[in-house]
Design a protein around this ligand. Structure first.
Ligand SMILES: Cc1ncc(COP(=O)(O)O)c(C=O)c1O
Length: 252
C-alpha cells in the first residue's frame, strides 16, 4: 500500500508513542484549583524558555492571543496589528468581539513594520481618539509564508513602543522555528517584548496547547481571562505532559 506524507500543515501531526505514554502516565491535579503539577511544571518551563516571570498554558494559539489582548488592554483602546496577521484575519474578529478594542492594521511586508508609520500610529489619549495601548507582532510571520523576523526589527519596534509607554505582544505561534533559523535562544530573541506566546501543536507534535509568557502581573490577569474564555480545564496535566515531551532541545 502506498503511504502519503500529509503536508497540508505542520499541525497535521500525530503524537508518537513517547508522547502518548507521557500523557497516559501524567501526574494530574486540578488546574482551576491551581494544583496540577504537570501543568505547573510546563508553565515554569515556558517562563524559563522566554526569560519571562510567568507563563500560562492555554489550549490554542488563538486562545493565547485573545487572552493576551484581554489582559493587556481595555475596551475602546486601539491596538496595532499587521494587516496580514493571524490575530486580525483568522480569529473570528475576537479582538473586537472579546476585548472590544479597535484594531489599527498597518502593512508589514515580511512581518516588518515601517517604523515611521508605526510611530505615527502610537496615538495618545485625547477627546476624540482611541489611545494605542498595544503593538502586536508575529514571528514567524505566517499566512502560509513562515517568514522569519529578525531580532533587530523586534527590538526597534519595542524601543519605539516602549518610548511611548506601549507594550509589545509577540504572537509566536512558530517562534521556535524563527529562533532555530536565527540560531538564537527564544529568550534572547524575545527579550524586549512584554509578552509572547508559542504553539505546542505546530511542528512540535502535540495534539493541543499553547504557552503565553509575560510579567507575573500580566499572567495573573491572563489566568482569570483564560477562565472567562472557558480555558479553566481540570486535569490539564494530561495535555501538558505532551508539551513537556515536545520541548525543544534547548529546553532539556
Ligand atoms: C501566527 C499564528 N498565530 C496563531 C495561530 C492560531 O493557533 P491555533 O490554531 O492553535 O488557534 C496560528 C495558526 O496557525 C498562527 O499561524
Amino acid at each position: 500500500m502506498r503511504e502519503y506524507l500529509d503536508l497540508r500543515s505542520d499541525t497535521v501531526t500525530r503524537p508518537d508513542e513517547e508522547m502518548r505514554n507521557a500523557m497516559r502516565d501524567a501526574e494530574v491535579g486540578d488546574v482551576v484549583m491551581g494544583d496540577d503539577p504537570t501543568v505547573l511544571r510546563l508553565e515554569r518551563m515556558g517562563a524559563e524558555l522566554f526569560g519571562k516571570e510567568a507563563c500560562l498554558m492555554t489550549v490554542s494559539g488563538t486562545m493565547s492571543n485573545q487572552t493576551a489582548v484581554l489582559s493587556m488592554t481595555g475596551r475602546g483602546e486601539q491596538i496595532i496589528v499587521h494587516d496580514k496577521s493571524h490575530m486580525f484575519n483568522l480569529e473570528v474578529a475576537g479582538l473586537a468581539q472579546i476585548s472590544g478594542v479597535q484594531p489599527r492594521t498597518l502593512p508589514a511586508p515580511g512581518g516588518r513594520y515601517d517604523l515611521g508609520e508605526l510611530e505615527a500610529n502610537l496615538i495618545g489619549t485625547a477627546i476624540q481618539t482611541a489611545p494605542t495601548t498595544l503593538v502586536c507582532m508575529e514571528n514567524t510571520f505566517n499566512l502560509n509564508q513562515g517568514l522569519v523576523v529578525e531580532k533587530e526589527h523586534i527590538d526597534q519596534v519595542c524601543e519605539l513602543a516602549h518610548g511611548k509607554g506601549v507594550p509589545v505582544y509577540m504572537d509566536g505561534a512558530r517562534i521556535l522555528n524563527a529562533a532555530a533559523a536565527l540560531d538564537m535562544e527564544p529568550d534572547v530573541l524575545c527579550r524586549e517584548t512584554d509578552a509572547v506566546s508559542v504553539c505546542l501543536s505546530k511542528a512540535l507534535g502535540c495534539p493541543v496547547g499553547s504557552l503565553l509568557a509575560g510579567s507575573a502581573e500580566m499572567i495573573e490577569k491572563a489566568r482569570r481571562m483564560r477562565q472567562m474564555l472557558g480555558g479553566g480545564w481540570r486535569q490539564g496535566g494530561v495535555l501538558a505532559a505532551a508539551g513537556i515531551v515536545a520541548r525543544p532541545a534547548s529546553w532539556r
